[in-house]
Design a protein around this ligand. Structure first.
Ligand code: IVH
Length: 667
């Protein structure tokens, strides 16, 4: 064989491996895709001409091979155990206590994201990838080497010629999942319920070409065996895996105490939605390997690790009734009354059904078993019905044609899904309007919640928002659960609200289409309510952000003599009608280079922690997120910044170093 050819083949493989690693593991390509494709083409041609040069770790071999008839069974050299679970702080503190009882107080932990995918084991011999297997029942799994080779971030050869058995999780990134389901929908195929199921379905494909199309990825997190390699800690192991070219998850942290572990969990409970992949919890491992050995195993799981599971976000319960609520603008919203159930850590007994169309589309009936979903702080929602659990006794729901509160006529305005009560005197609307007026972003009257307002309204003590300012101590003290102190506090809060700047009043009045932001713009533009009242439609339209609909709505409001009378009454009570200018802190935010910007922090900062930096940015009107995307405006990179920095460069996002950041904080 011509030496020039063998050299060229070797060089091509080196380059392709390097570019592949940069792209799929480091997330930081140094050449365009076309260059990679050109070299790959050249290698394929050479290997076709000289088949004797093909090696199992050649980059051409990722999607080689014919479809299999069946997967071969593989017996794991050491069983692939699972972890015991923790569901709350108490469970974690118990775990910490058990650990310290066994090995003493000098313990530190490594926290890792619990990737929601499928556990696999990879075997490398002298650095060459020779076997990949599923977990199976923990003792025996299946040989899925062919499918695993299609994962581009999985190295076919390590950077050192070592023997290694390493474990990790194969997963499907959310974007690949969405792309896959879109394609399946277009082709009339059934959709995967979540990325995990999609990843599982892909690994089970006997034809590696299908797996290759599915864009799976992998994180390695645990060394099964590494003969001859003396490691002291798990974290050292993770660093080593990374140095070998394996993809490890960058978010792992060493935690010196269980309180640090709890902080890490808190952080990721909030940040979880920003990740590019699903996680279902946090894994906590004792870092010191000697301590791990002393702790040992129970029959099913190691004593040196535990998995904290995030609370379930979707559960099944019975829909007992549908109730209607009338909103401030007369919109009728159906609400599901549920058999109380725990979702994501809280008890849920009601969930919004949005509107009549949705009830019909999903065919939701009273008595149904329904799936209830709650993501983060969002209001619980009914996602769907378990039709298989129908008994035939479920009752279809029909919306009434009269308002449940005032018996007024319900209408469906053109182009709207909502039914509306159009009676302006509807008590429910008035009550909701009052609740809105006192709410935090409007007049912000502390101590005047929904309950007190409802009582005051039902006892005829208030009919409109001006009446609030006529309330007396004698009126308040008669309310349920109202003591001397709270009555006085409430009176003080009502009095204090008279000093609010105009935008709060404008928003509180509940003029249609005038939200918080528009209220501010209008207050700034006109300065005083009298000038706003006098403004023509043209003058309103001249204001930035005011459109046709809003201008008409404002005119309709102020052309109504009842509304004008209400404003006069408020004036008589001494309620401020002028714009008082932005508070000093908002003003500095407005001029700040961070105002309205989406910022990502990466690497280590010398002058402050990332948490402190985040607070400084947020105080100046910026938003801090965890990962770099096209929506990122600015990346602040401390020392040792890694993949986020590369990603920022790739997307052309502005990057500042720490010095520039500190400068901007001062200005
Ligand atoms: S360590 C003996 N670390 O969670 C310890 N597992 O029940 C082996 N998982 O089967 C597991 N992310 O599929 C570990 N960073 C992580 C993980 C992780 C996800 C999965 C894995 C395992 C299950 C634990």
């Amino acid at each position: 064989m011509d030496k020039n050819i063998t050299d060229r083949v070797r060089r091509l493989r080196e380059l392709l491996d390097k570019y592949n690693y940069e792209y799929h593991v480091l997330d930081n390509p140094s050449v365009p895709d076309s260059e990679y494709d050109r070299l790959m083409q050249e290698l394929i041609e050479l290997e076709t001409r000289y088949p004797e040069l093909v090696t199992p770790d050649s980059p051409t071999q990722r999607v080689g091979g014919e479809p299999l008839k069946a997967f071969k069974k593989v017996t794991h050299k050491t069983p692939m155990l699972s972890l015991s679970n923790a569901f709350n702080e108490g469970d974690l503190r118990d775990f910490d206590r058990r650990v310290r009882q066994a090995v003493g107080d000098e313990v530190s932990y490594v926290c890792e994201l619990k990737i929601d995918g499928l556990a696999v084991s990879l075997t490398y011999e002298e650095g060459l990838f020779v076997l990949g297997a599923t977990r199976g029942d923990g003792t025996t799994g299946e040989d899925i080497t062919q499918n695993l080779k299609t994962i581009r971030s999985l190295p076919l050869r390590l950077k050192e010629p070592v023997d290694l058995e390493v474990r990790g999780e194969v997963y499907m990134p959310r974007r690949s999942f969405e792309r896959l389901n879109k394609k399946r929908e277009a082709e009339g195929e059934t959709l995967f319920a979540n990325p995990r199921n999609a990843a599982a379905g892909s690994l089970r494909q006997l034809d590696p070409k299908i797996a290759a199309e599915r864009q799976l990825d992998i994180f390695l997190y645990q060394i099964g065996s590494a003969p001859g390699r003396a490691l002291r800690t798990h974290s050292e192991g993770l660093e080593w895996l990374k140095a070998l070219g394996l993809k490890t998850n960058p978010e792992w942290r060493r935690c010196a105490t269980i309180d640090d572990v709890l902080d890490y969990i808190d952080y990721w409970t909030k940040k979880r939605p920003e990740l590019a992949y699903d996680i279902d919890g946090i894994v906590i491992k004792v870092d010191d390997l000697d301590q791990q050995r002393r702790l040992g195993f129970t029959a099913k799981s190691p004593r040196w690790a535990i998995a904290y599971k995030f609370p379930a976000e979707e559960v099944v319960t019975t829909l007992e009734d549908i109730e209607l609520t009338v909103g401030r603008t007369g919109v009728i919203t159906p609400t599901a009354v549920l058999k109380p159930v725990q979702v994501a850590g809280t008890t849920v007994s009601r969930a919004t059904l949005h509107n009549e169309d949705l009830i019909r589309e999903k065919d939701i009936r009273i008595g149904d078993h329904v799936i209830v979903h709650k993501a983060g702080d969002i209001i619980p929602e009914v996602v769907g019905v378990l039709f298989d659990r129908r008994t035939g006794n479920e009752v279809p729901y029909r919306m009434p044609d009269r308002c449940p509160e005032c018996e007024g006529e319900l209408v469906r305005l053109e182009g709207e899904v909502a039914l509306r009560c159009i009676n302006p005197k509807c008590p429910a609307q008035i009550r909701e309007g009052l609740i809105h007026f006192v709410s935090r972003n409007a007049m912000n009257i502390e101590g005047l919640g929904e309950k007190v307002i409802t009582q005051l309204f039902e006892r005829d003590l208030i009919h409109d928002v001006a009446d609030l300012y006529a309330l007396k101590y004698e009126d308040l003290i008669k309310m349920e659960r109202m003591g001397d102190k709270s009555a006085n506090n409430l009176l003080a809060a009502i009095a204090a609200s008279k000093e609010n700047s105009l935008e709060r009043l404008l928003f509180g009045l509940g003029i249609r289409y005038v939200g918080e932001k528009a209220a501010k713009t209008l207050a700034q533009a006109f300065g005083h309510i009298d000038r706003l009242i006098a403004a023509t439609k043209e003058e309103l339209l001249a204001v930035d952000e005011v459109g046709e609909k809003m201008a008409d709505s404002i005119r309709t409001f102020f052309d109504n003599p009842d509304c004008l009378a209400l404003i006069d009454e408020l004036k008589a009570h001494g309620v401020n009608m002028a714009y008082k200018g932005p508070a000093p802190s908002d003003e500095s935010a407005a001029d700040s280079p961070f105002n309205g910007k989406t910022v990502v922090l990466t690497g280590k900062l010398e002058a402050m922690s990332r948490g402190e930096a985040q607070k400084e940015i947020e105080r100046r009107g910026g938003k801090v997120t965890g990962s770099v995307s096209r929506k990122t405006d600015l990346v602040i990179a401390g020392s040792d910044a890694g993949s986020k920095l590369s990603k920022a460069r790739e997307l052309g996002v502005e990057v500042w170093d720490e010095a520039r950041f500190l400068e901007a904080l001062k200005s």
